[in-house]
Design a protein around this ligand. Structure first.
Ligand code: FES
Ligand code: FES
Length: 265
């Protein structure tokens, strides 16, 4: 693990400030959102926290809300026990309240939804899982690294701002109706690539434009669906059902005889 790059930490403010920042009212009085910590990513797209500097995170059972410059979502960084840490999005998928941490689970003060360390819903009313983030803890250096651009093993990475899908590895993109989905190293978020019936291609991001929940592809409906509040999008990212009003982020796609190229930046 890299230990020579640092996210720059700007300070720690109280739980009340975290709730105020997101404009949420009416939280249950006995459960507080995790206190807020500001940070920036280093040049590799990572935040490195020296855990012992932050007592709210250092104690087993502790957690902080991480507000990272340039990231639309705050993160909930949880320390359930020992050297175990887990990082999820800190926006409840029910109605967007910031989360606290209690008894080894993320808990929403607003209507008491609960989420496991891997983001799964363990108690409603939330239905959709939280997004998860890749993290690793170096116990010798006492550093927790959160990686915003980690990708899936075996999925093409971003190289020079582009992701290339060779037909030899992704033959489904030769066929109308074909689809590839995955998280490229260097981008860190799920993308979808579609071979459309008219012979063109589409590539879109997976973050719902309503309140940032992840969308999923539905085979039978051939659409992209958000489980949080039921928005729907076409394979080219257009909204067909709200509450979302803006299309998904679309990427430029080109193709040649060898494969499909998606331009990420
Ligand atoms: S906003 Fe979290 S349970 Fe309602
Ligand atoms: S986050 Fe509300 S519909 Fe997607």
């Amino acid at each position: 693990m890299s230990t020579n790059r640092r996210g720059f930490l700007k300070g720690l403010v109280g739980a009340g400030a975290g709730a105020a920042a997101t404009g949420v009212a009416g939280c249950a009085p006995d459960i507080s959102p995790a206190p807020v910590l500001d940070a920036t990513k280093d040049s590799s797209g990572r935040v490195v926290l020296k855990v012992s500097r932050y007592p709210d995170l250092a104690r087993p059972g502790g957690a902080v809300t991480l507000r990272v410059e340039g990231e639309e979502q705050n993160l909930l960084v949880m320390h359930p026990q020992g050297t175990q840490y887990a990082v999820v999005s800190n926006t409840c998928t029910h109605s967007g309240c910031p989360l606290g941490f209690e008894d080894g689970e993320a808990i929403c003060p607003c209507h008491l939804s609960r989420f496991a360390l891997d983001g799964r819903v363990t108690h409603p009313p939330a239905r959709a899982p939280l997004s998860t983030y890749t993290s690793s803890y170096d116990s010798e250096a006492d550093e927790l690294t959160i990686d915003f651009v980690a990708g899936e093993v075996g999925f093409p990475a971003v190289v020079g701002g582009k992701v290339f899908f060779p037909f030899t590895d992704f033959p489904q993109l030769r066929t109308a109706g074909g689809r590839v989905q995955g998280t490229p190293q260097g981008y860190g978020k799920l993308i979808f690539v579609f071979a459309l019936e008219d012979g063109s291609y589409s590539a879109v991001d997976s973050i719902c434009t309503h309140a940032k929940c992840p969308v999923r592809y539905r085979e039978a409906e051939t659409d992209l669906y958000c489980d949080c509040h039921f928005s729907r999008f076409t394979r080219t990212g257009e909204v067909t059902q709200g509450p979302a009003t803006r299309p998904l982020t679309k990427f430029t796609v080109t193709s040649d005889a060898t494969g499909v190229t998606v331009t990420i930046v």
